[in-house]
Design a protein around this ligand. Sequence first.
Ligand code: ZN
Ligand code: ZN
Length: 65
Amino acid sequence: MAEKRNLKCERCGRDAYYMEKCDYCSRNVCRPCQKSSLTASKTERKVICRDCWGDTKKRKAFKSA
Ligand SMILES: [Zn+2]
Ligand SMILES: [Zn+2]
């Protein structure tokens, strides 16, 4: 029996087709749960979820990345 890969957002719990890991809480979050993402360099990409965006310290760290 083929196993269906179940991708669930660790923030909202919804099935998500595409997820990325938040760099500040290390949870895999779906697109709508990502507040913002940026490319710091060619190899580094930063993702912040909506929860971490609400945290002033994390938001500052994200903006200065
Ligand atoms: Zn989500
Ligand atoms: Zn987060």
